[in-house]
Design a protein around this ligand. Sequence first.
Ligand code: AMP
Length: 601
Amino acid sequence: MPLFGIGSAPRCALGYEGDTMALSMREVAEAFVALEKSSRRTTLVAILGDLLARAETAEMERLVYLCQGRLGPPFSAPEIGLQAKLMMHAVADATGCTEEAIRHLYDERGDIGTVAGEILPAEGRGISLMEVYHQLLAIATASGRGAQAQKIGLLADLLRRLSGPEARYVLRIAQGRLRLGVGDATILDALATSAGDPSLKEAIERCYNLSSDLGLVARVLREEGEPGLRRFQARPGRPVRPALAQRVASPEEALRRLGRCQAEPKYDGFRLQTHRVGDAVHLFSRNMEDVSGQFPEIAEATLRQVGAESAILEGEAVGYLPETGEYLPFQVTVQRRRKHRVEAMQEAIPLRLFAFDLLYADGREFLTAPLTERRAALERLVTPTPDSALALSPVLVTDDATELERFFDEMVSEGLEGIMVKRLDGAYTAGARSFNWIKLKRGYRAELADTVDCVLVGYLYGRGQRARFGIGSLLAAVYDEKRDRFQTVAKIGSGLSDEGWVKMRELLDQDSVPHRPARVDSVLQPDVWCEPHYVVEVQADEITRSPLHAAGRDGEPTGYALRFPRMVGWIRADKHPEDATTVEEIIEMFRIQRLRATSAL
Ligand code: AMP
């Protein structure tokens, strides 16, 4: 029986890829309405789990992508790429309203999905989820001359067949912003629920960490069950979710935890996986996008220097001047992350990928192999070539604190961020933070050396000067990984220019929701709530305990808060909300801060 009074809908006879179609867009929209209304995570999981359980395999796979506001996994899905203006055009076409009238409503509501939801009829013509998916795919893949007009026409055709509530979500999917409060971890839980076995969660998560593809995970779960999930292996062409590092107070503490260990420079660039599949190379960013076109020199170097038919290497790409041996600062390196004028940028900012791990080579997956074995295989595989865009990170294996400290000082004096210290027998913990890797950053001796990556969950209008922008401060949260929740840690009122505040408000308004999002914990009530989406880097003086914030509260009257927080830089486009600093890390940073304070006495 469907949950929450969602009735059964007319079945459709049309098939795609040999699948019968069980799920109507009406059922999906009804579930989405329930998701949108809910502010409890357990309810989200139950609604979504129930919907997934009713779907055929192919529908389940597509539904998972649509819930993420996409048509496929992040590394291979075509983007729908319709701006609000063009959608307004299509809505006008489909409804017979004038464009002026639509624009007027859009200016009032601020969301084209809401507008279409209001003016299209309450009952649609009965369309299946798969039909909607395939029409969206046709829109996304229309290209060449006249593509815009074709896209508008296809969207208008689709809208004519939809009810108001269905159109509300279809247009939001087309913008990549569904605003249902559902994140990847929520979908993973819902998949386990759909299979009627919550104990599958761990196997489902593992499969996701190795594939970065929730749709594929859904398919494996449905078709092969637990054994399929457990035998699933990483494969070149699909990004592996990155292993993450913990932090400690000092080199001594790192050695206490790891014993003899491997230290490497900590480069301050962006993380990149390079996948060789025969004569093809795919490069994947930290947030699983295929960025192959952006860094041709790294792709070429992979083909030249990696002695395997197929392989997955991981490293940090950083701007590097071979003539002087200088590393470029992060702000300069990130300018390479663009799709246009690649050649000119390549000349201005040469990149070098410092490979530090090997995850796969010629049919063998290395994730569970100890670091020493992965490193030895990496060294065998890569032919060193002077001045090339691919090099191996140097390593120091030691159990001596003085030697480790010296290595650290040397790296910092070369302009690097610090060092990474790794457990010699540690596996590669895909998608998870563990003490197999420990980061020691420049300035670790200062009180709060590290910045915190926060997720924005709302904003306050503010008073005084800035009230004229309609935004005075940002409500920022960190991520509670265990509970899949965003817990507030700061109210940020500085670090942005006037233009920055205006732009920030525009962006946040696109994610605004009428009530506290289901996965957000907050004591403070902002003027505008937003779906967690944007990650920003925040510098603070210290971490304090405060009754005003929810981070790490865990039933206590006080949570953790950032003192004198200020934004540094702009939004971190390479991080998903779930990549923000975690509550656990905040607690760890608090512990380290206290240790320093006492040792300084
Ligand atoms: P942080 O972003 O401060 O949590 O530090 C972790 C990041 O450091 C990783 O995600 C990598 O992008 C980067 N990094 C730089 N050098 C290394 C290295 N030698 N080993 C692992 N990660 C590294």
